[in-house]
Design a protein around this ligand. Structure first.
Ligand code: SF4
Ligand code: SF4
Length: 211
């Protein structure tokens, strides 16, 4: 789920004014930047072995076929904030409508017209899921059909991103953060994206617009 232009030189997403209001957003965007740098490094490593990234803009069958994408609570805050405060028309109206019909949806709640409507704030699991050489067929989940083509993330980047996120969960001391990462404690807090309460978002979008 990484487009060519995303990985060449990953840029940190900036929301200067909002980051002043929300210290948690600084952590989240820093963590995403580290993850994106890790994806970039992993793609370059694969290229040395003669392999190429198959993911490209407009390729999105993974957003429909993956049922159990994990998201961490800090990411849920970021996704909700983005939808409520940042998403612009016409995607805003389209997503507002889609979130009211979740029961009939057979893809990620944020997939609109074959593209991710929350791309700057998409979660780590989406950033790190990338397929090599051949794009996924419609309905294919490459993790199950050809795991050898799913790019392995580089662990030290994920560890560094978790290290940046952990103080949000009250794990502040460096030694405690190291231990929490080693024990994979953050993973226990992850939710399944499609099972989260996204139905509540349209009302919150409306309330934000009326402020
Ligand atoms: S190649 Fe597969 S994982 Fe990559 S963007 Fe396309 S559908 Fe998603
Ligand atoms: S959050 Fe975006 S990238 Fe991730 S599955 Fe949903 S639409 Fe796809």
């Amino acid at each position: 789920m990484t487009a060519d232009s995303d990985y060449q030189q990953p840029q940190r997403v900036q929301y200067a004014q909002d980051e002043q209001r929300f210290p948690w957003l600084v952590r989240l965007l820093d963590a995403y930047h580290i993850i994106d740098q890790g994806v970039s490094a992993a793609i370059k490593r694969e290229q040395l072995d003669g392999r190429q990234l198959a993911c490209a803009k407009g390729c999105s069958s993974c957003c429909a076929s993956h049922q159990d994408i994990p998201v961490y609570p800090l990411e849920l805050m970021g996704m909700s904030w983005y939808v409520i405060e940042k998403l612009q028309s016409p995607l805003r109206e389209q997503l507002h409508q889609q979130l009211q019909q979740l029961d009939t949806l057979d893809c990620c709640p944020f997939l609109l017209d074959g593209a991710c409507s929350i791309h700057p704030l998409r979660p780590i699991a989406c950033r790190q899921f990338n397929v090599l050489d051949k794009p996924c067929a419609e309905g294919e989940d490459a993790y199950h059909s050809r795991k050898q083509d799913v790019m392995m993330p580089i662990k030290r980047f994920a560890d560094e991103a978790f290290d940046v996120m952990l103080p949000f969960y009250g794990v502040k001391k460096k030694s405690e953060r190291r231990k929490a990462i080693k024990e994979g404690r953050l993973h226990a807090a992850a939710k399944v994206m499609r099972q989260c309460n996204w139905q509540a978002l349209p009302e919150k979008m409306d309330a934000f617009e009326q402020k």
